[in-house]
Design a protein around this ligand. Structure first.
Ligand code: FDA
Length: 399
């Protein structure tokens, strides 16, 4: 049997990056994955161009029961470190928006970078894991193609989002086996679905996009695009706020929390409508709204506010209702589209069980957890890959 210093379960971003760091430190590393190809989520990420990090990544961009946990790893391996690595590999990149960095070419370049960095590691794909046992000196892992032993075991099997790509909750089963607490996993960065009332009100709006909107819950706000879907709302602002909505679905009284949407930020719509009533009284209300909103949406807002016809005929109260629907629209989602469409998983293995320096389980020496399997979830925009790199680095240094 080949002797390994570490076995890494999962050949995704975190597992491969960790393997490279450890192998370059002279560790004998085995990576096992049940999938036939490595880094499948990287391949499909960022519309095929992989949003591999974010220029502005900071601990504030991550959700966790312990918001301090990620600080150490993010500081030790930063977005600038990963950008330098991307450049070392000759991969051309660009900033799309809001600090989000993408490959000019293909996300496959990032997978190749990871494989090149981990060239001294033994990577075995199509290897479903059948058993994990603690031995006197480490861990024994059974697979369809053999049994392997190592002093250290790294769990890098991600979370259950997008099961059709081979994603599983395997890390949580292993956590349970070793007595590690798991913070309830939930789909995050996922489209939200309308409740029955909203579904009827906004029926037929699928495809309408509002390029600049603000979605908020309490003080947390995201200003990006919002998109109407057949079942609810999507677009970056909605995906971002969905993570916070999942985190605090119900208020203290058990009521489902609404998401507030401002569909035309920076515009004092009520003041503008009142002014238009004086300056252009014969104008239709919809025409005025179309200055800031897509035409289909403007017309639906007019219908829903029961304010048809000329703006001159509308009272202050009616104009205020129209402005409120566009600027403080409260949507109470029925739920989200779930793991089938969620980019990541909120929750995961409790950081309280792990060292923030080495990602090692305090109660199970030699067992490490990295990447999405951990209760650290990034915002949309390259932050989740940055967590894969940073947590993989912290662990790889400790193997
Ligand atoms: P990841 O899921 O990547 O890897 C886990 C590995 O473990 C997989 O190879 C899997 O096959 C393997 N595995 C799972 N269960 C197993 C088992 N039982 N036995 C053996 N192997 C098993 N983030 C970002 O920062 N920028 C972006 O552009 C995007 N875009 C994006 C698009 C889409 C559609 C999705 C679904 C997600 C993103 N993300 C993203 C999120 C990002 O993909 C995610 O956070 C990282 O891939 C997580 O890396 P991990 O290595 O932790 O898990």
């Amino acid at each position: 049997m080949t002797a390994y210093d570490a076995i890494i379960l999962g050949a995704g971003g975190a597992g491969l990056f960790c393997a490279g760091i450890a192998a370059q430190r002279g560790r004998r590393v085995l990576v096992l994955d049940h999938a036939a190809a490595p880094g499948e989520k990287i391949r499909i990420s960022g519309g095929g161009r992989c949003n591999f990090t974010n220029l502005h990544a900071s601990p504030a961009d991550f959700l966790s029961d312990n918001p301090h946990f990620a600080k150490s790893a993010l500081k030790r391996y930063t977005q600038h470190d990963f950008i330098a690595l991307v450049e070392k590999h000759g991969i051309a990149w660009h900033e799309k928006t809001l600090g989000q960095l993408f490959c000019d070419g293909s996300s496959r370049q990032i997978i190749q970078l990871l494989l090149d960095e981990a060239r001294d590691a033994d990577i075995r794909l199509s290897s479903p894991i059948t058993s994990i046992d603690k031995t006197g000196s480490g861990f024994r892992v059974g697979t369809g193609s053999g049994v392997f032993e190592a002093a250290r075991l790294v769990l890098a099997t991600g979370g259950p989002s997008i099961p059709k790509m081979g994603a599983t909750g395997f890390a949580y089963d292993v956590a349970q086996q070793f007595g590690l607490n798991v913070i309830a996993p939930r789909p995050a960065l996922a489209p939200l679905t309308f409740s029955g009332v909203d579904a009827a009100r906004w029926d037929g709006m699928a495809g309408v996009a509002v390029p600049d909107a603000v979605a908020s819950i309490g003080k947390r706000r995201f200003r990006e695009a919002v998109l109407f879907t057949h079942r609810g709302l999507s677009g970056p602002a909605i995906l971002q706020i969905s993570s916070y909505w999942e985190q605090a679905r119900r208020d203290e009284a058990g009521r489902v929390q609404p998401v507030t949407l401002d569909l035309c930020p920076d515009v004092d719509l009520f003041a503008e409508l009142k002014a238009a009533r004086s300056t252009a009284p014969k104008q239709e209300l919809a025409t005025q709204l179309e200055k800031h909103l897509p035409a289909r949406l403007a017309r639906r807002i007019v219908e829903l506010s029961n304010a048809p016809g000329r703006i001159a005929d509308l009272s202050d109260a009616r104009l205020q209702a129209v402005a409120a629907l566009a600027k403080t629209w409260q949507v109470t989602p029925a739920g989200s589209e779930g793991y089938a469409k969620a980019e990541v998983t909120l929750g995961g293995i409790d950081t309280a069980a792990l060292s923030s320096q080495s990602m090692e389980a305090r109660a199970v020496p030699g067992l490490h957890v990295i990447g999405e399997a951990v209760d650290v979830t990034g915002h949309l925009g390259g932050f989740n890959f940055q967590w894969a790199w940073s947590s993989g680095f912290a662990c790889g240094q400790a193997l």
